[in-house]
Ligand binder design. Structure first.
Ligand code: 0O2
Length: 285
């Protein structure tokens, strides 16, 4: 009996669910979704490249990289559906495109908080970027302790015969902010935690967020002090170079034909004068 039922079931599936008509219908519906997701992947590439270019330029100009790493993702279909339900968005690609603004996500991990604002400004200055929304959770952290700078931007992608504006969510954060957010995000998925523990853990996470913010601040101060020291040393070296050149020029003008030994003596006396000047320079300070 079971065998007969199975055969009937199989025949029905083949004739109805796997018919050419049904497969055509599935393809017709899947294609626009695949195209839709591909557009978001292209938008991610555009924004990621912009950050890579800024990083490269910064590294040439200041001899350091403001970006530690860049992570990108296209939101999963499951994630999009959850957001549609949460926000009661109509079930059409147009409505999703309009209302789900984080389908394309680019996360930029920076070394210091100042780099975040520098990079955000540089991106927003570009004439093909339109700012849709900005949320500064660094200046105004979430009650959970979450800190990051969020930008929803629109960037054009250039297709065969079309220029298409696409929305991308950019999250900029430091390594410390990212460490905290990744861990906290993982903990959000842990189930069966008793109410009393939830309260304790939330307080702990808030405290950790505070510590990580203070760590960012202190590291930035250390960086700035180091930069100032390096600048002062650079200024002194430049001063030294100028003095040395001036002394050589002066001594050379006062001497005609010099032997090798005399030239060496001249260089040494220039160095001595330079040391004297340098010491006085420090004493004057
Ligand atoms: P996922 O899995 O990271 O994509 P909206 O985006 O406007 O619909 P909302 O909540 O107003 O919703 O946006 P918001 O506040 O800008 O946050 C969007 C994203 O920021 C979240 O995406 C998280 O990635 C991150 N985020 C916000 N708050 C927290 C937080 O308290 N902890 C952590 N770890 N991350 C946070 P999704 O869609 O929630 O999830």
């Amino acid at each position: 009996m079971d065998e007969i039922l199975n055969k009937v079931k199989e025949k029905w599936i083949k004739e109805n669910l796997l018919s050419d008509k049904v497969l055509d219908a599935i393809n017709a519906n899947i294609m626009p979704i695949e195209r839709f997701m591909a557009y978001y992947r292209c938008a991610i590439m555009e924004v990621e490249t912009k950050f890579k270019v800024l990083n490269e330029q910064f590294s040439l100009q200041y001899d350091r990289n403001p970006i530690e790493s860049i992570k990108t993702r296209v939101k999963s279909v499951e994630g999009i559906i959850k957001k549609i339900n949460k926000k009661n968005i109509p079930l059409s690609l147009e409505a999703i495109e309009e209302n789900v603004t984080d389908i394309a996500g680019v996360r930029v991990i920076c070394s210091f908080p100042e780099d975040i604002y520098y990079l955000a400004d540089c991106l927003l200055q570009q004439d093909d970027i339109t700012l849709i929304k900005k949320k500064d959770y660094i200046k105004n952290p979430k009650p959970s302790g979450y800190r990051s700078l969020h930008l929803i931007v629109e960037v054009p992608i250039f297709l065969e015969n079309q220029k298409r504006p696409m929305k991308v969510e950019v999250q900029l954060r430091t390594i410390a902010m990212d460490f905290w957010a990744s861990l906290e995000h993982k903990l959000q998925y842990k189930k069966n935690i008793p109410e009393s523990e939830v309260e304790y853990l939330s307080k702990e996470l808030e405290e950790c967020a505070r510590i990580s913010a203070s760590l960012d601040e202190r590291m930035e101060k250390i960086r700035n002090r180091m930069n100032n020291c390096a600048k002062e040393t650079n200024d002194i070296n430049n001063e030294e170079r100028k003095l040395f050149t001036a002394l050589i020029r002066e001594n050379a003008m006062n001497s005609d034909d010099l032997s090798f030994g005399e030239t060496q003596n001249l260089a040494q006396s220039s160095r001595n004068m330079l040391t004297y000047n340098k010491e006085n320079f420090f004493l004057e300070e």
